[in-house]
Write a protein that binds this ligand. Structure first.
Ligand SMILES: [Zn+2]
Length: 252
């Protein structure tokens, strides 16, 4: 990739963005969530992580990195203090309208990179609507990559496979925003879940105690830097493969 194959859109001007999209019609949209993360992490953790990993992914591959969307689909924290959620339908529309705008700029492919596990569900349905309406843009979406490697390397168990204020998220935050992490307040918490969890109306919000799900005391900046690198590397590989498969990198 050439040196100018990525751009931070939020800091760029109209002529810079027009010039970039004419040469590299690819965008990365980080999507986060504003939600409680216990006593030791800030409520914009998911958004900060999505944005930082999206920027590093673009540096290692290509793309116009858009300003992160701070509100997500966080029904699991409905009515929990310090948490905001859009409804499934509203979030679908936000994604759909954003992708349609990008298409009208001439963007040919977008990578919607989430820092929050529930966002991909409404994104999937928004994508199906876009396809149905024949909007001419390719959409890759999902959580930032590398989570399987991180879970395998973590010292502590995840809580039901989820990622929330645990060793992994706390380590990643220690890597990208150490001033925002209050390790002195970090405590392990594995709230018990009845056997119908995941198959009933019970959500993480119903089961939470401190707001932590896992063991953040095992977190370290060293692990965070390693896992951040894995997230960016694997995300960049996925994105490059996706663009290549659609013949979008030709001539680059
Ligand atoms: Zn989170």
């Amino acid at each position: 990739m050439s040196e100018n194959s990525w751009l931070d859109a939020g800091r760029a001007t109209l002529p810079e963005i027009k010039d970039f999209v004419a040469r590299h019609p690819f965008a990365i949209l980080p999507v986060g969530s504003t939600e409680q993360h216990g006593p030791h992490l800030p409520i914009n953790t998911d958004t900060l992580l999505a944005e930082a990993i999206a920027l590093e992914t673009a540096r290692r591959s290509t793309g116009l990195v858009l300003p992160a969307l701070p509100l997500g689909y966080a029904w699991v924290w409905k009515d929990v203090p310090a948490s905001l959620t859009l409804s499934f339908d509203t979030y679908m529309r936000v994604i759909r309208d954003t992708v349609e705008s990008l298409s009208s700029w001439g963007v040919k492919a977008v990578y919607i990179m989430s820092g929050h596990g529930s966002n991909p569900q409404p994104i999937k349905h928004a994508l199906r609507e876009l396809i149905h309406d024949k909007i001419d843009i390719k959409v890759l979406y999902g959580m930032y990559a590398g989570l399987n490697t991180m879970k395998a390397e973590a010292e502590s168990d995840s809580w039901h496979g989820d990622l929330h204020a645990d060793e992994i998220e706390t380590s990643l935050m220690l890597a990208i925003a150490p001033d925002l992490v209050r390790m002195d307040l970090a405590k392990a918490d594995y709230p018990p879940a009845p056997s119908d969890y995941g198959q009933s109306e019970l959500s993480m919000g119903h089961l939470m105690r401190s707001g932590v799900f896992g063991d953040p005391t095992k977190a370290s900046a060293e692990k965070g830097h390693r896992w951040f690198d894995i997230a960016a590397t694997e995300s960049a590989t996925l994105w490059n493969d996706y663009l290549s498969r659609h013949d979008l990198l030709t001539g680059d």
